[in-house]
Design a protein around this ligand. Structure first.
Ligand code: C2O
Ligand code: CU
Length: 506
């Protein structure tokens, strides 16, 4: 309608103004209502079973009769708390008690900082076992407020022993205890940490290393653990600031087990010798070759075992870990520090190929784990949050599998930040990065750094029934909703999580 037409009708401008106002009001109301709806939807229920969480994704495989999801019946499944190591009446080969306390700890010359200790130290005692040993750890929470657990990072234990508060157990409250029992089937370097309020408890040191030795012992002359952690911004190795000496005789080769317990990557390099990467995340590398002038980048939660030759001339060799170092050599020997190499080792092409033991090309399920970021609400808080397959927590996918499935997963990150992705209960093998096929040793991992703009294709065999977290190990990111679960057909959990429960795994 032109202005001249409208001016012929008395009262029309006023009516149009009213209509426009009404439209504007309705549009505003619609926006407010949908924001309100998003806000409401951003809260998980006050108490719920993770078995009912998210949207089932069958990855192109069959949807089982056992349904799950909001409102579905999940009471029929096998409770994950019953999935334990079979009781053969055997006595444990390794038995220990780890007692957690909240206390102040001093690192180097710094002031005492609030920390969590196990048996009085952080990192806690190393759990050392031999392949096939039955390990029994009694966890006592003396004074960690809000409860704590122990999760065995990288050890593919029976689901009931996984130590995830709100999924496999209730958080162990102060003055309570919980016993973990599992057979150490995997040789290699692992670690344990609390999986309750982990973005706070792990940072403050509720953690320690696990070393599983082969039955016949290691082939190297010396075994050196280099667990690194940042306490209140201070880089430490074995809880110590600065250079940490390790006495190794000249001419010997040491196996240096680097464990990154931080939220970010730690580049590791060796000053004064070529090294080999013997293992990644516990799994031996096939045909590792000498590495010179390159650092190996260890993702959050990841481990590498390095073969480091100690010079014959009595000097020391240094393994540099982001500001700290392990200095290997005879008593009193020194080595000289070299700057970080400009290049990094690419595990996609390191070592020699070997059979995987299964065929990822005939996968039963193919999942996508696309990580993005967008504005919205998580737990009622507005922000720009991580998304999984376009959805904000708690509307994340539930990756449904059946026992025995061969599973592939395409992980894609367009979120603007890197994410160290960790699947519990399984190791995945890297098939390709950015579409480029892996050509080196099979790269089995449980802690995979996925940089922004990168994609990885990984595969695994679903051989460990349960409900398993698959999350970012930059733990504040998990707390912000960057998590999902892999769930087996026929299982459920009677453990509840949500704000009305004690459990808050992230
Ligand atoms: Cu190392 Cu879900 O954790
Ligand atoms: Cu992340």
């Amino acid at each position: 309608m032109s202005p001249s037409e409208s001016s012929q009708v008395v009262g029309e401008p006023a009516r149009r103004r009213r209509v426009r106002l009404a439209v504007a009001f309705l549009a505003t109301a619609a926006v407010v209502a949908s924001i309100g709806w998003m806000w409401v939807a951003s809260f998980a229920p006050a108490s719920f079973s993770v078995a009912q969480m998210g949207t089932p994704d069958y990855g192109g495989g069959p949807a089982p009769a056992h349904r799950h999801g909001p409102g579905a019946l999940v009471a029929t499944g096998l409770d994950v708390r019953t999935i334990v190591e079979p009781d053969t009446g055997r006595a444990p080969d390794v038995a220990l008690t780890l007692t957690a306390r909240a206390e102040r700890v001093r690192f180097g010359s710094g002031p005492p900082v609030p920390a969590y200790t196990l048996n009085g130290t952080t990192p806690g005692p190393t759990v050392t076992a031999r392949e096939g040993d039955l390990v029994q750890v009694t966890f006592v929470n003396e004074s960690v407020p809000g409860g704590a657990t122990l999760h065995w990072h990288g050890l593919d234990v029976p689901n009931a022993e996984d130590g995830v508060a709100g999924v496999t157990q209730d958080a162990v409250r102060p003055a309570q205890s919980h016993t973990y029992r599992f057979v150490a089937r995997q040789v290699g370097t692992y670690w344990y940490h609390s999986h309750q309020v982990s973005h706070e408890q792990v940072v403050k040191g509720l953690l320690g290393a696990v070393v599983v030795l082969p039955r016949g012992g290691i082939a190297e002359d010396a075994d050196v653990l280099a667990l690194t952690h940042l306490y209140a911004g201070r880089r430490t190795v074995a809880g110590r600031v600065g250079d940490v000496p390790a006495v190794v005789r000249p001419g010997a080769t040491a196996r240096v087990r680097v464990v990154n317990t931080d939220n970010g990557v730690v580049p590791v390099w060796v000053s004064g010798a070529a090294y080999r990467v013997l293992a990644v995340d516990g799994t031996e590398v096939h045909g590792p070759t000498p590495v010179r002038d390159r650092s190996v980048v260890v993702p959050a939660g990841g481990r590498v075992d390095l073969a480091v030759p100690v010079p014959v001339d009595g000097s020391a060799v240094r393994v540099e870990l982001g500001g700290s170092a392990v200095v290997l050599g005879p008593v009193g020997s020194t080595g000289s520090r070299t700057p970080a190499p400009g290049q990094t080792l690419d595990l996609l092409s390191y070592g020699e190929p070997a059979p995987l033991g299964f065929d990822p090309a005939s996968a039963d399920r193919r999942f996508e784990y696309r990580i993005g970021r967008r504005p919205g609400f998580v737990r009622g808080r507005p922000g720009v949050w991580w998304t999984v397959n376009g959805h904000l927590y708690p509307a994340v996918p539930m990756f449904m599998v059946s026992r025995g499935d061969v599973v592939t997963m395409h992980i894609d990150n367009s979120s603007g930040q890197a994410h160290p992705m960790h699947l519990h209960g399984h190791h995945v093998v890297v098939l390709a990065r950015d579409g480029v096929r892996a050509t080196g040793s099979p790269w089995w991992t449980d802690s995979l750094e996925v940089r922004s703009g990168q994609s990885y294709d990984v595969a695994f065999v679903a051989d460990n029934p349960g409900i398993w977290m698959d999350h970012c190990h930059n733990l504040p990111h998990a707390q912000q909703g960057l998590l999902a679960h892999v769930m087996y057909e026929g299982v459920t959990t009677g453990v509840r999580t949500g704000r009305d429960t004690v459990n808050s795994p992230e």
